[in-house]
Write a protein that binds this ligand. Structure first.
Ligand code: F6P
Length: 319
């Protein structure tokens, strides 16, 4: 193996740069050249890249975002775009591709693999929505950002006896919401996975207000609804003051935590080693605390469920 291609795709996640560094340097240590495509699959389709060497990835481990830039590529969604991408791999004499990203990005990697390109993924998304992994790169940093914000919001909730609805990221799942809720002692979590009814929520809050629990924190995943709408509804139906805060992109950026740096470094290394050992259509990440190679198709098609023990824990301790 002499040359590999690398790209970051989908939503950026803290730790992507650490993964880029690990891939490039692991490859360099084995005498393999890495070329980094810009703007995700767009760069692959349009053949836009720069050669990376050990020095080119100095000083990025601690930085958020991705030095290769990222995109959700429309070009690559078409069969012609994917055929063009496979041609670019051939033209550049690449022996394989490494894709750093989440569910959509690894689905792209699987489709590229179907065109005879060896592909290894690195599980990276704040949403933690790839099946078969404990955590994906960026999730830990995102949850820590949410925790810090909710701790601060709690000051206002307590001082003013207010109810707060805090909306966190998670288009299709509530992993960030659930862990942030447990770690901040929030009262209620609303996620796309766990069914809830607004009238029951109002009754629950009304009972608590009457029981003198005057301030509440509700953590809501964006996939479960809109914080502003829920806050308006609560204000209209209960004798409380309710405010909404949407955390948004603040969760995706910033310096990665120790956990994400180590995870990104070990997963990046494992992806390169996987390609050199002839593995393809696998995604590197962590399961039960160990680095594993997960079958890509399974990773993107099976649902990563909320951890039931955490759901039960929140139910018990949020009384
Ligand atoms: O990276 C995943 C995610 O953060 C989702 O939770 C969110 O819905 C989405 O990205 C939004 O990202 P963008 O606006 O960049 O498409």
């Amino acid at each position: 193996m002499k040359r590999i291609g690398l790209l970051t795709s989908g939503g950026d996640a803290s730790g992507m740069n650490a993964a880029i560094r690990a891939v490039t340097r692991t490859a360099a240590s084995m005498g393999i050249v890495t070329i980094g495509f810009q703007h995700g699959y767009d760069g692959l389709v349009t053949n836009t890249w720069t050669e990376l060497n050990a020095r080119a990835v100095s000083g990025i481990l601690e930085l958020g975002g991705t030095m290769l830039k990222s995109a959700r590529s429309e070009l690559f969604r078409t069969p012609e775009g994917r055929r063009q991408a496979a041609l670019v791999v051939q033209q550049n004499q690449l022996d394989g591709m490494i894709i750093i990203g989440g569910n959509g990005s690894q689905t792209g990697g699987y489709l590229l693999g179907q065109l005879s390109v060896p592909v290894a993924g690195v599980a990276s998304t704040i949403d933690n929505d790839l099946y078969g992994f404990d955590y994906t790169i960026g999730f830990d940093t995102a949850v820590n950002v949410a925790i810090d914000a909710i701790d601060r919001i709690r000051d206002a909730a307590e001082s003013h006896d207010r109810v707060f609805v805090v909306e966190v990221m998670g288009r299709d799942n509530g992993a960030i919401a659930l862990e942030a809720a447990i770690a901040t002692g929030a009262d209620i979590v609303l996620t796309p996975e766990l069914p809830f009814s607004i009238p029951e929520l109002i009754t629950h809050l009304r009972n608590d207000v009457m029981a003198q629990k005057k301030h509440h924190i509700i953590v809501m995943a964006e996939g479960a609804g809109h914080a502003e709408e829920l806050a308006r509804y609560i204000n209209a139906n209960l004798p409380v003051e309710c405010r909404a805060t949407v955390l948004g992109y603040v969760q995706r950026g910033g310096s990665p935590t120790r956990f994400d740096r180590i995870l990104a470094s070990t997963s990046g290394e494992a992806a390169v080693v996987a390609l050199t050992e002839g593995r393809s259509s696998v995604v590197a990440g962590t399961r039960d605390g160990h680095i594993v190679l997960q079958d890509t198709l399974e990773a993107v098609t099976r649902r990563n469920l909320l951890k039931p023990e955490l759901v039960e824990l929140l139910r018990r301790v949020s009384i």
